[in-house]
Design a binder for this molecule. Structure first.
Ligand SMILES: Nc1ncnc2c1ncn2[C@@H]1O[C@H](COP(=O)(O)OP(=O)(O)O)[C@@H](O)[C@H]1O
Ligand SMILES: CC(C)(COP(=O)(O)O)[C@@H](O)C(=O)NCCC(=O)O
Ligand SMILES: [K+]
Length: 244
């Protein structure tokens, strides 16, 4: 059995499957505060269990996950210069978030053409992947919630209110919500222009906040909620994956 773990800044997503490319037994998402579901999971799985993960939530999180699972050897993905047909063109490949790296590997495995890999999580990342597997570069934006919070935190008059999207917002709450959603959608559409002319160019969208603006996007779009986990499975299926 293999357990795949995507530890993000808001939540920890996990998937238990028979083998790297095998049948999915169970999956879920949990808050950082309560890792008990991972301990329960471990106790229901007959050993041996291989654990492969990506973590952008810090070393303390890695330690807590290890303790909750009661395993020593978690194979954490380390972004490098290349893996599974994807080449990392970051000036310092190791600086790239492990979740972005896994998602790019997952995207390249799923889609033959150029794609824009968008993950709407705590932050929103918008990453360009060429048809031949080059990660060309990408954006990091505050996620939808962080954008709204930053306005409430940084101003006297703006509340953290539940607004709705409007093309022409006419109240403060709607203006905030619409501004944050348009910022996300606009950044994504502008990045997509760089690959739009290529045959089969596609935007792959995932992450917990994707529903908030998916409908606004005017581009070829495919929702894929577990791109990071799919990428981790792709890495795990390699004879010598780029994990440590
Ligand atoms: N049940 C939920 N719990 C937490 N966040 C959620 C939930 N549903 C939607 N969200 C949104 O999804 C974001 C977290 O998405 P996720 O992909 O798990 O992020 P990360 O990988 O950064 O942990 C939150 O910022 C929030 O906007
Ligand atoms: C950009 C991120 C904060 C996104 O994290 P998330 O929203 O998934 O929790 C994460 O991928 C990260 O810490 N990256 C390291 C810096 C980089 O990718 O350039
Ligand atoms: K993530």
């Amino acid at each position: 059995m293999i357990l795949l773990i995507d530890a993000g800044n808001t939540r920890i997503k996990w998937r238990l499957q028979a083998a790297a490319g095998g049948l999915i037994h169970d999956e879920g998402a949990i808050a950082h505060e309560n890792l008990a579901p991972l301990s329960r999971l471990r106790s229901t799985v007959a050993a041996p269990l291989r654990v492969v993960g990506s973590n952008v939530a810090g070393t303390e999180t890695a330690r807590r996950i290890r303790d909750a699972l009661g395993v020593e050897g978690i194979e954490w993905l380390r972004p490098g210069a290349q893996a599974c047909g994807v080449r990392n063109l970051y000036a310092e490949p190791g600086q790239l978030g492990a979740d972005r790296w896994a998602a790019l590997i997952g995207a390249h495995d799923l889609h033959a053409g150029a794609c824009l890999v968008v993950m709407a999580g705590t932050a929103t990342t918008v990453d360009l992947l060429s048809a031949d597997g080059d990660f060309l570069g990408g954006l990091i934006l505050p996620g939808v919630e962080l954008m709204q919070q930053s306005l409430a935190n940084g101003t006297a008059q703006l509340p953290l209110a539940a607004g709705s999207f409007a093309a022409q917002p006419r109240c403060t709450a709607d203006a905030i919500r619409s501004g944050c959603l348009q910022a996300q959608a606009g950044a994504i559409e502008r990045m997509f222009r760089q690959i739009a002319a290529q045959p089969g160019a596609l935007c792959l969208l995932g992450g917990g906040a994707a529903d908030a603006f998916a409908d606004l996007l005017e581009l070829p779009l495919k929702r894929f909620d577990n791109l990071v986990l799919h990428g981790l499975a792709t890495v795990a299926a390699q004879p010598a994956g780029n994990t440590a």
